[in-house]
Design a protein around this ligand. Structure first.
Ligand SMILES: Nc1nc2c(ncn2[C@@H]2O[C@H](COP(=O)(O)OP(=O)(O)OP(=O)(O)O)[C@@H](O)[C@H]2O)c(=O)[nH]1
Ligand SMILES: [Zn+2]
Length: 343
């Protein structure tokens, strides 16, 4: 939750008092001197931050924010920072507040890995780019469905990004998503060139986008083409912990040359979706949502649900010619929610 600083007039900002005559209280609730920053990366309790004046700062979470998943600070969060915000080597700032989030991309842990525990992966992103190769490796539609559910649940717009169109025709794959009206980008490699890259650039420009995809689908190829110094940018992150390589499985926000952010999610390959409920998913489909208002109480809207108003909607023809396919697609996603995360 955002904490009210009492004013947004920055002339009122309280300067740190070098003589220390300001009363030292353990709890300075206002943190009127906090600088606002964006979280670019998280690694073992150290946060790479970009302050609004463009300084890269390493920070840690102030104890007052609490511990545990509930109070996690994640990539994409807007935070308030106090202390040493110079960004100088070995300086460490303190994150004292997290602003209210817009979109929240979550995953639930699967069996064996603290089942049921829900984690926030990224905050405040506009869209989820689901990167899938059309061949080599074969596309995994169930996995794509699960990513779609996660995006809808997060309040992010999903976008299909289909790579390797030089190896297979995208038409068949795209047909499976037509009824969901998911925007799609298609890329291919010819020689040194990536066809379709301009459309990807345009789609990402000025927005905050999360990129997700299995190993080998060509996500790194895209990221490197979009952000020529991506390797160096992620290298900066490693300064956080002093390790040579960014081995963390967490997300990293990379600034796009044309404005906007691409958030790469190296270790995120699947989503546990047990935190998503049928109504949460339904909210992403305004047309279905309106109809489902007439469902019996507690309707699961699944294919076997008795008296589901969505069936009547399709049967009556009110849904139009595409209605049946749209309902079937929604129900496919609903079912994907309960399948194994790595399906
Ligand atoms: N034919 C073809 N090959 C591609 C295309 N895009 C990427 N590749 C190749 O696919 C392989 C995997 O690409 P990467 O970009 O490393 O894939 P990744 O998804 O980042 O995989 P990890 O690095 O393992 O996470 C590389 O050999 C790329 O050259 C494409 O559009 N067409
Ligand atoms: Zn229903």
């Amino acid at each position: 939750m955002a904490r009210d600083t009492g004013t947004d007039d920055d002339r009122v900002r309280v300067r740190p008092n070098p003589r220390g005559t300001r009363p030292r209280t353990k709890n300075r609730p206002d943190h009127a001197d906090a600088v606002s920053a964006l979280v670019l990366a998280v690694d073992r309790g150290r946060y790479q931050l970009l302050t609004d004046d463009g300084t890269k700062v390493v920070g840690m979470k102030a104890r007052e924010l609490g511990r545990g998943a509930r109070t996690a600070v994640v990539v994409g969060d807007r935070v308030g920072v106090v202390g040493d915000v110079s960004g100088r080597k070995d300086s460490l700032a303190r994150i004292v507040r997290v602003e209210e989030r817009t979109a929240v991309l979550r995953r639930s842990a699967e069996d064996g890995d603290a089942p049921g525990v829900e984690r926030v992966i990224v905050a405040n992103a506009d869209q989820l780019l689901i990167v899938t190769a059309l061949a080599d490796p074969e596309p995994r539609p169930r996995m794509v469905d699960r990513c779609l559910v996660a995006a809808y649940d997060a309040g992010m717009e999903p976008v299909l990004c289909l790579t390797k169109a030089d190896l297979a025709d995208p038409a068949g794959f795209l047909a499976q998503y037509a009824a969901l009206e998911v925007p799609a980008l298609v890329t291919s490699i010819a020689g040194d060139e990536i066809h379709g890259l301009d459309a990807v650039r345009e789609r990402l420009a000025g927005r905050v986008s999360v990129l997700i995809g299995h190993s080998g689908v060509g996500k790194s190829t895209l990221v490197n083409a979009l952000i020529p110094d991506a390797a160096r940018a992620t290298g900066v992150v490693n300064v956080v912990t002093g390790r040579g390589r960014h081995t963390s499985s967490s997300a990293v926000a990379l600034e796009l040359p044309g404005g906007g952010w691409a958030i790469d999610t190296p270790g995120v390959r699947s989503f546990g979706l047990s935190h998503v409920d049928a109504d949460g998913l339904l909210r992403a489909f305004a047309d279905l949502s309106a109809v489902a208002a007439d469902c019996p109480r507690g309707c699961t809207h699944a294919a076997e649900a008795p008296d589901c108003a969505l069936d009547e909607w399709v049967a009556s023809g009110a849904a139009g010619p595409a209605g049946e396919a749209r309902l079937a697609s929604y129900r496919r996603l609903l079912a994907a929610k309960t399948e194994a995360a790595d399906a």
